[in-house]
Write a protein that binds this ligand. Structure first.
Ligand SMILES: Nc1ncnc2c1ncn2[C@@H]1O[C@H](COP(=O)(O)OP(=O)(O)OP(=O)(O)O)[C@@H](O)[C@H]1O
Ligand SMILES: [Mg+2]
Length: 437
């Protein structure tokens, strides 16, 4: 079912500016949609239509199958929450707490329910420390988080976020996208606008490209970004991973569909053409020596011990130098490490407070080389245990890549995030186990 659908939507502002012209847009229930387009292309104007902030001057918009009218406008605003591009247009209460509580209050919730909801979203966004601050005194990134938290607190079915990551630091971007993923996992439809093609390519189920008020293309990011001309005509930047793929593809090293992540890219590299490998010499090696390849500290190392995958040195080198190895027989995948997913109770189930720390150390027991934490509960748990976290961003992909480089990886995650991690890891030939805390 369509959560939002526009047909031939036009919007001309009072001063005669044609901001949208014949826009057909749809977002299905539970979909993640990204709208890309240069400045002034009409993204914000389009989003304002989604909960009736402005009305079309032509064409139509339907929200969950219904036209927006006076009778249902309150219901539409309850179901479709908008986070504005500039948080200053959203934050107005004297404290962050009251700001986030404003929406739930308006929904007529009881005092205790409001308090619980606000505390929950503040925990989720890791902004509990800002509760008593005046929003006007927050940093730009903090304002952005508070504005998003305020809309999340209303628990709408559709979250519309106008450039949610602009002004956020790298951790803020990842946290925000992770929360949006989590909300999407709970069934919510998420629509964002962004100038970040890398982010849109990796995140969205469907991408729209707007230019001068018109949709110039929509579809799966793989199809959108496969069209070089389209991307440059729309004034967009190419995702780095796709740019790299193009260069590898042109030289006959990569094959297949356009990759949307580093992991996809690694899969595109035709291993069969890589019969010669570069490796670090683990000891002095001469041309023609029989060697064995192993993963050591994340690098392919050639040594003389008869373990690992066999090959023959094309040219040699002293210990520590790069050498080339041919006739690599056997599966380099066998050199991969393992992944362990540890389920942490979510915030609603008591979070890290509900965890017995001894159990964590008994599972970890010295085998782990890399640790990743996804979501608030897992990150709080890391602080409590004093364990050092190697990946806090893009944890699933980083974990799989590290395992492919021979590391034993443990990923702490809660709820839907743990399920997603397990699903992704199982798609790979990697040793895998799972524990519950
Ligand atoms: N209230 C308004 N009155 C007149 N023109 C407007 C108004 N708001 C926006 N516009 C114009 O409508 C067009 C689309 O603007 P909009 O803000 O929707 O673009 P955008 O894609 O969100 O841009 P950005 O990436 O800069 O946020 C622009 O030409 C803008 O000048
Ligand atoms: Mg805008």
């Amino acid at each position: 079912m369509n959560a939002i659908k526009t047909s031939g939507l036009d919007h001309t502002y009072a001063d005669g500016t044609i901001a949208l012209s014949g826009v057909d847009f749809e977002a299905d229930t539970g979909e993640k949609v990204a709208v890309l387009g240069p400045n002034g292309s009409g993204k914000t104007t389009l989003f304002y239509h989604f909960n009736g902030l402005i009305r079309p001057t032509g064409g139509e918009i339907k929200v969950f199958g219904e036209d927006i009218c006076e009778k249902n406008i309150d219901e539409v605003r309850r179901r479709v929450g908008i986070v504005f591009q500039y948080p200053d247009s959203q934050l107005f209460a004297p404290t962050v707490f009251e700001d986030i509580a404003f929406g739930p209050k308006n929904l007529g919730l009881a005092h205790q329910d409001i308090k619980e909801r606000v505390s929950y979203v503040m925990q989720r966004f890791d902004i509990e420390g800002l509760a008593r601050k005046n929003p006007a005194n927050l940093s730009e990134g903090q304002k952005k988080k508070a504005a998003i938290a305020g809309v999340v607190a209303m628990e709408p079915d559709v979250l519309v976020l106008d450039e949610p990551t602009s002004g956020l630091d790298a951790a803020g971007v990842t946290d925000t996208m992770e929360i949006l993923d989590e909300l999407n996992g709970e069934g919510k439809t998420i629509i964002i606008s962004t100038h970040d093609s890398d982010l849109a390519a990796a995140w969205a189920d469907r991408v729209y490209i707007l230019n001068k008020g018109k949709v110039i293309r929509s579809g799966h990011p793989r199809h959108i970004f496969a069209d070089e001309r389209l991307v440059s005509d729309a004034g967009l930047k190419y995702p780095v991973v796709i740019q790299t793929f193009r260069e590898f593809h042109a030289r006959g090293i990569s094959k297949g569909e356009v990759p949307l992540s580093v992991l996809d890219f690694m899969d595109s590299v035709g291993m069969e053409v890589m019969s010669i490998r570069c490796a670090i010499a683990g000891c002095d090696i001469s041309a023609g020596d029989e060697v064995c390849l192993e993963m050591n500290d994340g690098m392919l190392v050639a040594g003389k011990d008869p373990s690992g995958v066999a090959g023959k040195a094309v040219f040699g080198g002293r210990k520590g130098e790069d050498i080339a190895v041919k006739d690599v027989s056997g599966d380099l995948h066998a050199l991969a490490g393992s992944i362990t997913v540890i389920r942490v109770p979510g915030v609603m189930e008591g979070g890290s407070r509900a965890v017995n720390l001894e159990k964590v150390s008994s599972i970890i027991n010295g085998q782990v080389q890399k640790i990743g934490a996804m979501g608030t509960s897992a990150k709080v748990l890391m602080n409590r245990t004093g364990l050092k976290c190697d990946f806090e961003f893009d944890v699933i992909q980083s974990g799989i890549l590290a395992a492919l480089r021979g590391f034993n990886v443990t990923i702490f995650a809660s709820g839907g995030m743990a399920d997603r991690a397990i699903e992704k890891v199982k798609e790979r030939k990697i040793k895998f186990s799972c524990f519950e805390l």
